[in-house]
Structure formats: C-alpha cells, structure tokens
Design a protein around this ligand. Structure first.
Ligand code: FE2
Length: 328
C-alpha cells in the first residue's frame, strides 16, 4: 500500500487557485497567494487497504481491568500512542492483553507535524517500534502543531491555512510515512482562533495536505461541528468538500457549550447536532470505521459501548435511507 514519494511524471498541480474567496482579485489575474505547488507523488493511498473495523471506543485507564478480565463485545479500540511508547511495565502488559482479543489503532498527540521544529526522530523511532510490536490497523495523529523551539505546549494548535503551510506539512508527513513505512491518517482539530494569513478554507487545507502528502484522513465530526460554530461556517460544506477516497476513520465526541463558543472537551455525550452531522457524513463517505472519544469525566464502559452501538445504529439507518432514496 505505502510507497515512497516520487515524481508523478504527470506534472499535476493542485488546483487551489479557483477556490480562493477571501481576497478579491481581478478576473483572470492570479492573486499573489496563488503560486501553484506541485504534487511530488502519485496517489497510492487506497481506502480499501484499511480494515473495515466497525465501531470502537478509546481505550482508557478506568476500563483496563474490565476489558482485560471480561472481554466485553467491542469491534476495536483506539489507544493513545504515547501511553504505550515505553520500555516496559504495566502499560505494555495492558496493551498486549487487549491486542490479544481486539484490533487496535494507535492515535498520537505529540507528532507536532505542523511545527517548524525538526521532526523528532527519537519519537518516530519509538513509535515505529511500538507499531511493529502491536501491529495496529493504522497510525494517526493531528493536523496541528503542539510546540516550538523544543517546548511542548500540550495543546493541539491550528495552523495558518496557506499553501506554504500545505507544502511544509505535507513534506513532513511524507517523511513520517517513509520512517514508519506506512500511510498515516491525519485528523482535523477543533479551533478557537484563526490566522489573518490564512488563504484557504480549513477543508481546502486539509484536502490539499492529504493530497500532497498522499496520506489518509481521520475526520473528526465533532471537531468540524465545534469549529463551524466557532468560526461561523456551515459544517455541511466541510463534510461535502473532503475527498471520499481519503477518509478512513471518523471520530465522535461530546463538547461543552459556552454560549458564544463551543469547547472540544470530550467529557459529554455526543450532542444531537453532531449525530445528525455524522449521519450526513455516513451518507457521503459510507461505513467508515467510527470511534467514540471520551477523555474526561469518563463514564462506565457500558456508556461508551452504548455510544458505539448508537453509532452503528445511526450508520445503518443513514445507509438504508440513502439506498431508499437511490431506489426511488
Ligand atoms: Fe478526535
């Protein structure tokens, strides 16, 4: 599935120029931001190469004993990569026990793919070793930066949506994929501010990065909803613009409503509006492996399992309604 980046020979350029709308320019005259960039690798990512895992939940510490001892029904678990990038001890025993009974995927929070710091080779070597040991169905991280000048800010910070940033991030993703020897998934983050220098919509930026890097997308439906509210855009425009063939996983989570803004807290049940957006996404992207994230005020495992079951039910309903409409 994964191949090293190489010139495509087709001279393809990403057609971003015609999509620009934030700055007016004379018809037919390329605006200053519109310097085209070249795609360095032909598209090798194939969605069908990723396992159809079904509906899972995040593996969280309060549930370790229950899962290890009871083996509750669950299609798959997503683990925070950094929690298991260690030499030995209890974390590795836990993951080995879980992995013996379930598929897992590794989801990182420290790749800092958007940073201007050099890639952390020691981190990547450790991640590669962990991936070889636990054989996750895939490895993912976020389209963001988490620190600079060696300082970790412990937050998933948004990037300026510019073509310069597309080239910067895509080049780094290609390096990561070369080191890990696998196609990775990048996830859209929620945000609460925007850069004046942005020249692309967020969904254009996400798409351009994924196309340029030839990587897959982890589409967080809640993050789209949160950012759409905070930045006053239509979340359906976002979902409808992301390329179907690159979306390999969905995230669903709860957020906090602070009146004038939404906060991506992962500490609430999934809200009705996010479920509705999920159903819309299912009708567009199909039965994409779906993961329930819950990171604070973590409830009993049964509550998470019920949310995963609800995702399955809504996915089935959305696909049934799509089939009905197609048959009419
Ligand atoms: Fe997420």
């Amino acid at each position: 599935m994964y191949r090293q980046g190489r010139p495509s020979g087709r001279g393809e350029e990403l057609g971003l120029c015609h999509k620009r709308r934030r700055e007016g320019h004379a018809h037919g005259t390329p605006p200053p931001w519109a310097t085209p960039f070249r795609r360095f690798s032909s598209s090798t990512m194939n969605r069908s190469d990723f396992a159809p895992l079904g509906f899972g939940v995040g593996l969280r510490r309060p549930h370790y004993v229950h899962i290890l001892e009871q083996h509750p029904p669950m299609d798959w678990f997503e683990v925070i990569s950094e929690n298991f990038m260690v030499e030995g001890g209890r974390p590795l025993e836990v993951l080995e026990g879980v992995r013996a009974h379930y598929p897992v995927v590794m989801h990182g929070v420290s790749l800092s793919i958007g940073s201007s710091d050099p890639l952390n080779r020691a981190y990547l070597d450790t991640l590669r070793a962990a991936a070889r040991r636990f054989e996750p169905a895939w490895v993912s991280d976020h389209l963001c930066w988490t620190g600079v000048c060696g300082h970790n800010l412990h937050d998933l910070l948004p990037l300026p949506y510019t073509e310069e940033a597309v080239r910067h991030v895509a080049g780094r993703i290609r390096q990561v994929q070369d080191i890990l020897e696998r196609t990775i998934l990048i996830e859209n983050v929620s945000s609460y501010m925007a850069f004046r220098s942005s020249r692309l919509e967020e969904w254009e930026f996400l798409t351009a990065v994924a196309e340029e890097a030839d990587c897959a997308i982890l589409l967080d439906i809640n993050n789209i909803f949160v950012s759409a509210f905070n930045h006053r855009f239509d979340p359906l425009r976002y979902v409808d613009a992301v390329p179907v063939e690159r979306v390999v996983q969905f995230h669903l989570a709860g957020h906090s409503d602070h009146g004038s803004y939404l906060l991506d807290t992962h500490d609430h049940p999934i809200r009705a509006e996010v479920w509705a957006l999920y159903e819309h996404a299912v009708r567009r992207f199909g039965r994409v492996p779906t993961l329930i994230e819950w990171d604070d005020n973590i409830p009993d495992f049964e509550v998470l399992a019920a949310a995963a079951a609800e995702a399955r039910r809504r996915c089935d309903l959305a696909l049934d309604s799509k089939r009905l409409h197609a048959a009419e």
